[in-house]
Design a protein around this ligand. Structure first.
Ligand code: MLT
Length: 251
């Protein structure tokens, strides 16, 4: 622990990097020691990549990072793919987790069609390039009001996606395709848990979050109005307020 503050480990979504947490890094630094690493292969991370990067492998990287920094326990906050990784981390090292925030995510595995789509994404990353992927994804990631009223933020998110290496994107897509169903573990989650989502998240519709909240004992659900999949970008004040209240509750 740093100055008695909790460490908040922010785990970014796909296909983004630590910069997608820009609206949290400074805003939460009084309440927590905030860590927001680039996952393997994304952003400024240039470690070697396997063909498929499992959620367990990302979780292992994060655990190694905590070990290196001698950080014993953390509050995990994963958005979307980051949530899949947070659940993998919790399954492996529950004693290292002081609290869990699952944002715009889900616990179930991909179905057959979903897995096919992952392989297409992996191939498209190489063949069509990340600019095309960014263009296709942005309308689903950000709420309409962000795309209309905040062009700089919208362009920044687009360029973050466009800058990712196809190898990293493909490895993540293939890793997500292989992730296990974590629904069975939800009733046994014993750490304080906050679930955050956006009212307009078409990728992880509200019932998905409600089902997780119902299954995880004592968990709370915050639905941010007019926020889509990147709810931390669409509604940073609401997102940060929810995290602050959560941190206070488990201090
Ligand atoms: C993400 O934002 O990390 C992705 O939408 C997750 C996914 O594709 O399942």
């Amino acid at each position: 622990m740093h100055n008695n503050k909790q460490t908040l480990l922010l785990i970014h979504g796909f296909p983004l990097d630590r910069r997608s947490w820009n609206g949290q890094l400074d805003a939460l630094k009084e309440q927590a020691h905030v860590l927001a690493p680039d996952l393997r292969g994304f952003g400024n991370d240039h470690r070697a990549l396997p063909e498929a990067m499992s959620m367990d492998a990302y979780a292992q990287d994060l655990k190694d990072l905590l070990d290196e920094q001698h950080i014993e326990r953390v509050v995990l906050c994963g958005l979307s793919m980051g949530g899949y990784i947070a659940l993998a981390f919790l399954a492996a090292w529950p004693e290292r987790v002081a609290g869990l925030v699952l944002a715009n995510t889900r616990a179930n595995a991909d179905d057959e069609e979903g897995r096919k789509g992952r392989e297409e994404t992996a191939l498209n990353a190489f063949d069509k390039g990340m600019v095309v992927i960014a263009r296709g994804m942005l309308p689903k990631l950000l709420a309409e009001h962000t795309r209309n009223a905040l062009p700089e933020i919208t362009e920044h998110m687009g360029s973050i996606i466009a800058e990712q290496r196809p190898e990293a994107v493909a490895a993540a897509a293939r890793g997500m395709a292989k992730r296990p169903d974590r629904i069975p573990m939800l009733p046994s989650i014993a750490v304080p848990t906050l679930i955050i989502t956006g009212s307009d998240d078409v990728l992880m519709p509200l019932p998905t979050s409600q089902a997780m909240a119902n299954a995880i004992p004592g968990s709370a659900l915050v639905v941010l109005p007019e926020a889509a999949h990147l709810s931390n970008v669409d509604a940073p004040e609401g997102f940060n307020a929810a995290i602050r209240a959560f941190l206070k509750g488990i201090a």
